[in-house]
Design a protein around this ligand. Sequence first.
Ligand SMILES: *Cc1c(COP(=O)(O)O)cnc(C)c1O
Length: 404
Amino acid sequence: MSAGTGQRAAAADPLRFVHDGLAELDAQGLRRTLRTIEGPPGPRAAIDGQERILLCSNAYLGLHRHPDVVRAAQEAAASHGTGSTGSRLISGSTDLHAGLERELADLKGQEDCVLFGTGYQANLGAVTALVGQGDLVLSDRLNHASLIDACRLSRAAVQVYDHADADDLAARLAAHRRDHRRALVVTDGVFSMDGDEAPLGAIADACEDHDAALLVDDAHGTGVLGPDGAGTAAAQGVADRVHLHMGTLSKALGSEGGFVAADEATCDWLRNRARSFVFSTAPAPPGMAAARAALGVVRREPERRERLHANAARLRDGLQALGFKALPGRTPIVPVVTGEVGPTMALMDALWQPGVYVAGIRPPTVPEGACRLRATVMAGHTEADLDEALAAFAAAGREVGLLP
Ligand SMILES: *Cc1c(COP(=O)(O)O)cnc(C)c1O
C-alpha cells in the first residue's frame, strides 16, 4: 500500500456509473444474463438444470460432438499440447495450422488462407490491413458487429449501404470511389440476424465496375451452403469473384478460430499487416485438429447438410403456417420477427415453460423495434423435435397475443 493512502478522503467510486447503467438496462428490459448449458449442446440440452429443445445454437451440423472431431482434438492435445504458446510469427505455428489453412483454401477455391484466433479477430485484422486513412470501405447496413467495428477501427471513410442493395452500393461507389485511394466492400454472405443472403453477383459487378475489392464474411454459410459446404459465394456461383473469403471455425465446424482465404500475396500481406494476427497467440492445436476433422465430416457426410436444410424448411414453413412473421430464406437461421422488447421476451418466456429454448434478440444486436426470436435448427433435430417446438410456438403465440 502506498504511503498516505490512509489520509485520503473516501474517494467516490469512479465506476459508479455502472450501477445506473445496469438499472437503466433493467428498466428497458435490455439487461442480459448468462444461462449455463450442461454438456455439449445438442438438439436438446440441459439449460440451468432443465432439458429444453435447443433452437439457438450455431452448431448446425452437430460437429462439435462428433466422435471423429472430438478424438482429433484429444489426440492433438496429447501430441501438440493444449495451447499454441505463441503468435504464429514467433513460436505458435504448427503443422496443424498449416494443414488446416491448406484445406480451407481448397474449400474456398483460393491459393492460400490465414487463421486467426476468432472470426471477430479475422475481420478486424483483415479490414484494417487492407484500408486506412484516405481509403473507402462500403458496408451493408446489417453486417455483423465485427465488420462494423473493423470499419471504424480502419479509419477509412465508411459508406453504409442499404441492406442487400447492390444498386445503392453501386451508386455510392460512383459518387465516392474517385476521391479515395483504395476501396473495399464488406458484406456478410448469410446475414446472422436475418438469415438471408447477400446478392453477391450484383455486388461483385459493382466492385468490378469501380475497382473495389470484395470481402465476404461467411460465418454462417461455411459448411452449410454450396457444394461440399464451400459457402454462400460457391452456392451463388461467384466464388472466383470474391477477393477475400472470411469465415469462422466456431459455427458449423464446431471449433473455434477465424480465417481469411485469398490469393497468396493477399494472405502474405495479412500475415505481415493484420495486427490481430501478428499480436495475438495462435489458436490452440486441439481446435485446429477438430476443425480439420470437421471439414472431413462435412465432405463425407453430405446427409447432415441435407437434414439441416430439410429441418430449416420444416420450421420456417411451420411457423409461417401458424401466422408468425418468419423471414424467408434457405439458411438454418429462421428469425421470427416480434417487434418491441416486451412481446419478444414474453414469447421467449412462454416457450421456455413447455420446453423450448430460443433466444430473444434485442438492441443493440438488432435495430430498435426489430426484435426477434432467432431460431436456428440443427441437422440432429428430429421431425418430432420440430413438431413439438411448433406446437409450443402455437400455444405461446396465442398466450402472448402475437397470434389470434
Ligand atoms: C459469429 C460471427 C462472427 C464472429 O465469429 P467468431 O468466430 O464467433 O468470433 C463474424 N461474422 C459473423 C457474420 C458471425 O455470425
